[in-house]
Design a protein around this ligand. Structure first.
Ligand code: UDP
Length: 329
């Protein structure tokens, strides 16, 4: 069993992947600057509080452990913020990742799993979106991820670093065992905002736009449970170990829910009405994003286990009820 370096392993998706890797018997080293992540979400004893931009410190981590593969989650990921602070996004998401790739080259590490995003596509021309759909990001966040995919392609061609880029649609839910959950500060994602409103921590949920060309006028997204996402990462890693060449896969459920549908399913889960306010559109939000996940199902035999939205919201609700203030006391 190999040693896997997980950057961003203290964050929402990274921490869930670490748990699955540990279950499978891998030795996991988490690297996180704890700017957004939570130390309490780190389930491995091997933790390095290092920022990817600090190349010298990063080098020390590569010297300390015999790393076999890297899963790279550490990144800034808020669309709105990326449009206000593009430098920060390019610096973290490109430069940070490049430092990793350079050290991989120096240490002859050949396998890399990358957290990419549906935001690389921009406004879709066809639904569901296949991997070869044109890429026209509508925000800096999506642009930074697309640029890094391009860089990965060259590091493969030049140095033979094999990668899988996973383009996530909307990650949701929490560890069904109740150990891990979602705790962003500030919270910007729909499902946790809806649940925090149910807990009385927010007055209402603002619906960003009710005049979209969709049946109920609100945006449609494709939600995927975080544990199904985690499974896909491990399948991708093991496929690389088995000799697969570099690949790009979408990760979603091929099924869309509107903002209003999400709220109404959440009301069913929590057993109460959730107050809403109809607001303006959020800049950069496409009307409909639904993944085609055929490719990963076919190539890696990925099979989502928690693909209905009610289950996803229930797992998130279970964690939030027990941890109303997230990872804080
Ligand atoms: N959304 C909303 N109110 C909120 C947060 C999100 O109406 O307070 C909408 C948002 O416009 C999008 C969907 O919910 O259509 C999912 O947004 P989220 O930020 O969770 O994920 P994203 O799609 O941006 O990755």
């Amino acid at each position: 069993m190999g040693v896997i370096l997980v950057t961003g392993g203290a964050g929402y998706i990274g921490s869930h992947v670490v748990k699955e890797l540990l279950k499978k018997g891998y030795k996991v080293v988490v690297l996180d600057n704890l700017q957004k992540g939570h130390k309490k979400a780190v389930l491995t004893p091997y933790f390095e509080n290092v920022d990817l931009k600090e190349k010298n410190l990063l080098k020390g981590v590569f010297e300390k452990y015999e790393i076999d593969a890297i899963m790279h989650f550490a990144a800034l990921s808020t669309v709105g913020e990326s449009m206000r602070e593009p430098f920060k996004y390019y610096e973290n998401n490109i430069l940070g990742g490049l430092n990793l790739l350079e050290l991989m080259k120096d240490h002859n590490i050949k396998y890399f799993i990358f957290s990419s995003t549906a935001a690389v596509y921009g406004e879709p021309q066809v639904i569901p979106i296949p991997e070869d759909h044109p890429k026209n990001p509508t925000n800096v966040y999506g642009s930074s991820k697309l640029m890094f995919e391009e860089i990965l392609n060259w590091y493969d061609r030049i140095y033979g670093i094999k990668y899988v880029s996973l383009r996530y649609f909307n990650a949701a839910g929490a560890d069904p065992e109740g150990e891990l959950g979602e705790d962003h500060r500030p919270e910007t994602h729909l499902i946790p905002i809806v649940l925090k409103t149910a807990l009385g921590q927010r007055e209402y949920v603002e619906i960003y736009g009710t005049d979209y060309p969709t049946p109920d006028g609100t945006c449609i997204r494709d939600y995927i449970h975080v544990v199904d996402l985690a499974e896909a990462h491990i399948l991708a890693l093991e496929a690389l170990f088995d000799g697969m060449s570099s690949e790009i896969f979408n990760l979603g459920n091929e099924r869309g829910y509107s903002v209003r549908e999400v709220i109404s399913i959440a009301e069913k889960v929590v057993g109460q009405k959730i107050p809403v306010k109809e607001g303006q559109r959020r800049p950069g939000d496409p009307a409909v994003l639904i993944a085609s996940s055929n490719k990963i199902k076919k190539n890696l035999k990925w099979k989502p286990k928690f693909n209905d939205l009610e289950t996803m919201i229930s797992t998130a609700w279970n964690w939030m009820k027990k941890h109303p203030f997230g990872y804080s006391e």
